[in-house]
Design a protein. Structure first.
Length: 149
């Protein structure tokens, strides 16, 4: 089932796809006949924002309180543990273990251009390679600035 709504599609097709997507979500959160009984808990995830005293930016968190501690208590604790990066220390700690070294990105970039026969002097090719190597974690954006600099 393709439930993606795309620009230029007819209203009827868009409604059909949207309804399919909603039905899929209902099946996920209602357990799909008992096969996914734990999944409904995900619907209890709360989106929260907080601004810790040590940072100028707000932090966005998705919190699922499975232990019954209370969202304010969890957010309060994480806020007290937030470092100057704007993220709780626990996330920074995990980040140190999963961080991608910029040398690895340079190596992958070299392999892409060498084996794909790409002309690295072409700005469109540079943009394509950088796009392919982008990370989804904004904390790691500095790696790309180092590569481009």
């Amino acid at each position: 089932m393709d439930c993606e709504v795309k620009r230029g599609m007819s209203k009827d097709e868009a409604e059909r796809r949207l309804n399919e997507g909603l039905e899929n979500l209902k099946r996920v959160f209602n357990g799909d006949g008992g096969r996914l009984r734990g999944i409904p808990k995900v619907a209890d995830t709360r989106l929260v924002f907080y601004k810790a005293p040590v940072t100028a930016v707000a932090t966005k968190l998705e919190v699922l309180d499975l232990g019954g501690l209370g969202i304010p208590n969890i957010v309060g604790y994480l806020s007290s543990q937030t470092t100057n990066t704007g993220y709780p220390y626990l996330l920074d700690l995990v980040d140190t273990y999963v961080r991608v070294d910029s040398r690895l990105l340079d190596y992958v970039k070299t392999l892409l251009t060498k084996y794909a026969g790409l002309n690295v002097e072409d700005n469109r090719v540079k943009e394509l390679v950088n796009t392919l190597l982008q990370l989804t974690n904004p904390q790691k954006a500095y790696l790309y600035r180092q590569m481009e600099g």
